[in-house]
Design a protein around this ligand. Structure first.
Ligand SMILES: *[C@@H]1O[C@H](CO)[C@@H](O)[C@H](O)[C@H]1NC(C)=O
Ligand SMILES: *[C@@H]1O[C@H](CO)[C@@H](O)[C@H](O)[C@H]1NC(C)=O
Length: 169
């Protein structure tokens, strides 16, 4: 019974995929480049999910077409080192724009085999001017700098024009 159900579902799935033209991808809008300074790393050791290396975020600046300002000395990366030797940032830190608004940012992601680290970012702010940041889906690339500072470029997704819709024939 279960086997019948599974194979029927697979047939339906296959026919759906066959009839589907490649969808139009969403766009990416540049948010800013950020250069932040890092404090002295310490480790909390190897816990159940890997080794957590705590990397303080101690300052810096960011600049983009819609926002620029400072990285506050208030945040850290609780960076996971997994059992494949891959690092996974897990950060919480704070931005202050040049017009005095405070923005909280969380990022997470994974190092890639090319040496860059891919990030997803979430922003929170009560600022009216920057409230739109609460609704973006942000992605970033961490270009590793020195041990004392890192460079991060951030973008957010923009909707594709009306494109293809999956039609089951
Ligand atoms: C980033 O900031 C550091 C100082 O904190 C500076 O030495 C370095 O040149 C900056 N990097 C870039 C690419 O601007
Ligand atoms: C997509 O198509 C619908 C229906 O034709 C229209 O109402 C809507 O404005 C379109 N959206 C975009 C982003 O083009």
């Amino acid at each position: 019974m279960l086997k019948f159900f599974v194979s029927t579902s697979l047939v339906l799935l296959a026919s759906t995929v066959t009839g589907l033209a490649a969808p139009t991808p969403p766009g990416l809008e540049f948010l800013y480049s950020l250069n932040c300074t890092l404090g002295e790393i310490f480790t909390t050791g190897v816990g159940p999910y890997g080794e957590v290396r705590v990397i303080p975020i101690t300052g810096g600046y960011f600049e983009g077409p819609k926002m620029k300002g400072d990285v506050l000395n208030l945040g850290a990366d609780w960076n996971y080192l997994d059992n494949h030797g891959t690092t996974h940032p897990d950060t919480r830190y704070s931005l202050r724009t040049d017009d005095g608004e405070n923005i909280y940012i969380k990022t997470a992601g994974s190092a890639q085999s090319d040496g860059l680290t891919h990030l997803r970012g979430i922003y929170e702010t009560g600022s009216e001017k920057y409230f739109w940041l609460n609704y973006v889906t942000a992605v970033g690339i961490l270009r590793s700098g020195a041990a004392s500072n890192v460079l991060i470029d951030m973008w957010y997704l923009t909707s594709p024009p009306n494109g293809t819709v999956a039609v089951r024939e």
